[in-house]
Design a protein around this ligand. Structure first.
Ligand code: BGC
Length: 548
């Protein structure tokens, strides 16, 4: 089985914001291709590309008007293929978006549907109603922008259903032609050589009256069909579920190893921030204890931030209020049920906390997903609408437009960050390249060290250990005879970590003295007794490889 994704490090990139080769103010594939050296030097092994298809861009391209082409802002299909070849030549895998729940209202399928006869097969590609009161159990997700999941279409003279913006009508998955068309789109990109597909908004495909219209059995049945379809035609491809659901329902996207290969670890993500805020490991250990071993060949996609708001949909109301109060005191930072901030400003620019969360991202079970720009602690722009504030141009240098584009600064699709604390003059790749202690170089070193133990981190089991202090998260990763002990101080004060070494020395009492080497600093220590004790400075972490 080619399960490359289990030992991968994924880098999420917005093509439109990465590098602009033709100086039109938008990033493009030629620009992205020119920056592959950088991505290789960073040490990531796979790129996840945000939507780059023709679109009216009401939802940043998640409103697709043509599934088989490239938006002219981003280049051409030939440019995409050149990029794909260049990425593959460097052993970088490429993951693209399969937005299968909805299209843009500009898509020819919707245009045909709204003009077609009521009840005709063409009309039925979408969900129509004479009243806006059906499927009332389906929650409104973009609650700051939409009041209902139904909108009136004056052409069809009926309401249509949409889970997201009213410009994104939902496809009708009960229609066999719709399912067939989506399988064709899947084939189109996999035939071009794409290695993986992120299944956008996948819980919402099928709708049934009297339900929440989320994660229904019919949706899982379709995913099994999709998986079988992909497996029968292509080798070594990966399906990644974007299912922002409670733990049990998120797990369901792996099926019995016959649905998605990967799913984002939405249950874990907000609990990392809860633990940091409470200075207590329990929110993390509690959720990890609920996550069972995955079916063979499956893997979590672990993440700290992405192009959306930091979703607080799946925590309790009280936890959400607590997280909002702590991490987003500025109301402008709140959107829908989440927080629209990048990692660095979210954490108050605190390098220790940024590193601490990255240590957890890179050492907890799962394949880490890094969000572009977070490796240089890029800032955000709360004055931009929707989630655009976390999608600004990559900051390459202190020159015009942060080295992203040679265009007239006024023609940039999104402005570069110029707030004093995250200004591109100071926060950029070129400057951090030169500083051995920069976050960029710290990330490079960590990724290089992690790569040497990719199987341990990617496939290893997890054992949570008592850390001796409520603020200390202690866990062991084990794979074959290899072990790594991670100690992380979630507190803002120094803490004494204290770990029973019988968990580390296998079999207990054997092969002493045991030597441990910190992956981050290279320092070595020798176990001297039955308990390992270490004073951890505020927000400090140790990643201790056990010498075999
Ligand atoms: C994407 C969002 C998008 C939504 C609707 C999400 O899950 O990550 O950016 O707005 O799907 O397509």
């Amino acid at each position: 089985m080619d399960d490359w994704y289990r030992t991968a490090v994924i880098y999420e990139v917005r093509v439109r914001s990465f590098a602009d080769a033709d100086s039109d103010g938008n990033g493009d594939f030629a620009g992205l291709t020119s920056r592959l050296d950088y991505l290789q030097s960073l040490g990531v092994t796979a790129l996840w590309l945000l939507p780059f298809y023709p679109s009216p861009l009401r939802d940043d391209g998640y409103d697709i008007a043509d599934y088989r082409s490239v938006h002219p802002d981003c280049g051409t299909l030939d440019d995409f293929q050149r990029f794909l070849e260049a990425a593959h030549a460097r052993d970088l895998r490429v993951i693209t978006e399969l937005v299968l729940n909805h299209t843009s209202d500009q898509h020819p399928w919707f245009q045909r549907a709204r003009h077609a006869q009521r009840g005709s097969p063409e009309r039925d590609w979408y969900l129509w109603s004479d009243a806006a009161d059906g499927l009332a159990g389906a929650r409104v997700i973009f609650r700051d922008f939409e009041r209902s999941n139904w909108s009136w279409d004056p052409v069809a003279e009926q309401f249509f259903f949409h889970r997201f913006y009213s410009s994104q009508p939902d496809l009708n998955y009960d229609h066999p032609a719709v399912r067939e068309a989506i399988l064709d789109v899947t084939d189109f990109w996999l035939q071009l050589g794409v290695d993986g597909l992120r299944l956008d908004a996948v819980p919402y495909l099928f709708k049934r009256e009297g339900t929440t219209c989320e994660s229904l059995p019919e949706t899982h049945r379709f995913l099994r069909e999709l998986r079988a379809h992909v497996d029968s035609r292509f080798a070594g491809r990966m399906l990644l579920a974007e299912a922002n659901q409670c733990t049990e329902q998120t797990l369901a996207y792996f099926g019995a190893g016959d649905e998605c290969h990967m799913a984002f670890n939405f249950p874990l993500m907000p609990r990392l921030y809860l633990a940091l805020e409470r200075e207590c490991a329990e929110p993390i250990t509690e959720v990890l204890a609920q996550l069972p071993d995955l079916p063979p060949g499956c893997q979590w996609a672990t993440f700290l931030r992405n192009h959306d708001e930091l979703s607080l949909e799946m925590v309790s109301d009280a936890e959400r209020q607590e997280l909002w109060r702590h991490w987003a005191p500025d109301p402008r930072a709140r959107i829908n049920l989440g927080i629209r901030r990048r990692l660095a400003p979210l954490l108050g620019g605190d390098r220790r906390r940024i590193e601490l969360l990255n240590v957890l991202l890179l050492t907890l079970p799962g394949t880490p997903v890094l969000y572009y720009g977070d490796e240089i602690a890029m800032g955000d722009n709360l004055y931009l609408p929707d989630r655009h504030g976390v999608r600004t141009p990559m900051q390459w240098s202190g020159t015009r437009n942060a080295g992203f584009s040679a265009c007239d600064p006024q023609s940039l699709a999104l402005p570069v960050v110029v707030s004093p604390d995250y200004h591109y003059m100071g926060t950029n790749v070129e400057a951090q390249d030169r500083q051995p202690g920069s976050l960029l170089n710290w990330t490079r070193r960590f990724l290089a060290a992690r790569k040497r133990h990719a199987a341990l981190f990617g496939r290893g089991a997890l054992r949570i250990l008592p850390g001796g202090d409520p603020g200390v998260l202690a866990f062991l990763r084990l794979h074959d005879s290899r072990r790594v002990l991670v100690l992380a101080n979630l507190a803002a004060s120094s803490r004494l970590a204290s770990v029973d070494t019988s968990a580390i020395v296998q079999p207990p009492g054997a092969a002493s003295p045991v030597r441990l080497r910190d992956l981050l600093s290279g320092h070595e220590l020798t176990l001297a007794g039955p308990t390992l004790q270490a004073i951890l400075e505020p927000h400090a972490a140790l990643v201790l490889l056990v010498a075999s």
